[in-house]
Design a protein around this ligand. Structure first.
Ligand SMILES: [Fe+2]
Ligand SMILES: [Fe+2]
Length: 360
């Protein structure tokens, strides 16, 4: 029986094109078999391994959408940094928004290992050719929205992302381990913020309830369309990029949130939500998929504002990228006396998208 190291060598071909192309049909078959065997054995596929073009394209699409969501997701919350009600809350929110920038950077790096540059991905985001999560096209109207986003949006993200720590593509899986740890902090700060409001004055309680009423349904949409309409799910599951279906994860999220809402003293805005003894899970009402599709098409309350702000942040960061490139070039000249710094990529100084006026 081949050792893990031998199997690794069998599916790695130094010098092969980035698209995984190999010279002969026999070699193609051998690499494809090695890839299938590695996925079946729950091994990780690494950047130098041969992989099907469609597997690479699927990963680039998913990782890019994930990275874009992290950096666009900074905007609705950054809207409240200057108006946080205490220094403690401000420090927590700043740390959280900064974490989201970091998540974007880990993910753009993971996409780069597949041969796709950040500038290309950012260009696709800015021109509307790649998407980000529809949730970030909703406005943050009150301070309680910061709590609702942490509890529900980061909570939904964790439910989605914990299984990605076991994704078949190594760099993506490893990025997710750290991201999930930080998302867990985000979820707890949101819960704690809502708890403080819920236990506060009647006005504060009403503000918390209103935020949960507005964010609940969009959070359920974060898991994507129902399984029978999800175009990419079956293949992604076969490749072990995805481990659970959209509906499965959505159900898990609902079951987690119901007792938490009770502890918060808040209600979830769904008259059809009830425990189903037979299934051992909660039943819940129908999701308005028309709204989801409209927001995805660009007709949500803040789509235009988010992209405009993102483009502006990118343009305003140009001088930082140029300075970093000049610095790296200076230190990489022979005899410059300092270790060569890696050439910066275009997004390295430009992930915030949070400068300028309040966003929502
Ligand atoms: Fe994040
Ligand atoms: Fe987060």
């Amino acid at each position: 029986m081949a050792t893990a190291a031998a199997q690794q060598t069998a599916r790695t071909q130094p010098g092969t094109g980035r698209d995984g192309t190999v010279g002969t049909t026999d070699a193609d078959d051998a690499f494809a078999r090695a890839f299938d065997a590695a996925v079946a054995a729950d091994e990780r596929i690494e950047p130098r391994d041969w992989m099907p073009d469609a597997y690479r394209a699927t990963l680039v699409r998913q990782i890019a959408q994930h990275a874009h969501s992290e950096i666009i997701g900074m905007q609705p919350e950054a809207n409240w940094i200057t108006r946080a009600p205490s220094l403690r809350r401000k420090a927590i929110l700043m740390a959280k928004v900064q974490d989201e920038a970091g998540h974007g950077l880990y993910l753009y790096s993971a996409a780069e290992t597949l041969g796709t540059g950040r500038d290309e991905l950012l260009d696709k985001l800015h021109s509307g050719r790649q998407k980000y999560s529809s949730i970030f096209n909703y406005p943050t109207l009150t301070w309680a929205d910061v709590g609702a986003i942490g509890w529900l949006v980061d909570g939904a993200a964790i439910t989605n992302q914990v299984p990605l720590c076991r994704c078949s593509y190594g760099p993506y899986a490893r990025a997710m381990v750290r991201i999930c740890k930080e998302e867990s902090f985000h979820q707890r700060q949101g819960y704690e913020l809502l708890l403080a409001l819920s236990k506060g004055t009647p006005e504060q309680h009403a503000m918390a309830q209103d935020a949960v009423d507005r964010w609940w349904w969009p959070s359920l949409m974060m898991f994507g369309p129902p399984d029978d309409e999800s175009a990419h799910s079956a293949q992604s599951m076969a490749w072990k990029i995805k481990r659970h279906s959209n509906d499965e994860l959505r159900q898990r999220f609902v079951d987690i949130c119901v007792p938490q809402a009770e502890s918060l003293g808040l209600t979830l805005p769904d008259p059809d939500l009830r425990w189903n003894e037979e299934r051992g899970q909660h039943d819940f009402g129908a999701i308005d998929w028309t709204e989801f599709r409209e927001v995805l098409k660009g007709n949500g309350p803040c789509n235009e504002q988010r992209i405009t702000q993102r483009r502006r942040a990118h343009d305003e960061g140009a001088w930082v990228r140029e300075a970093a490139a000049a610095h790296a070039a200076k230190h990489s000249r022979p005899g410059a006396g300092a270790p060569a710094a890696p050439a910066p990529t275009t997004a390295s100084a430009d992930t915030t998208g949070t400068t300028g006026a309040p966003q929502a």
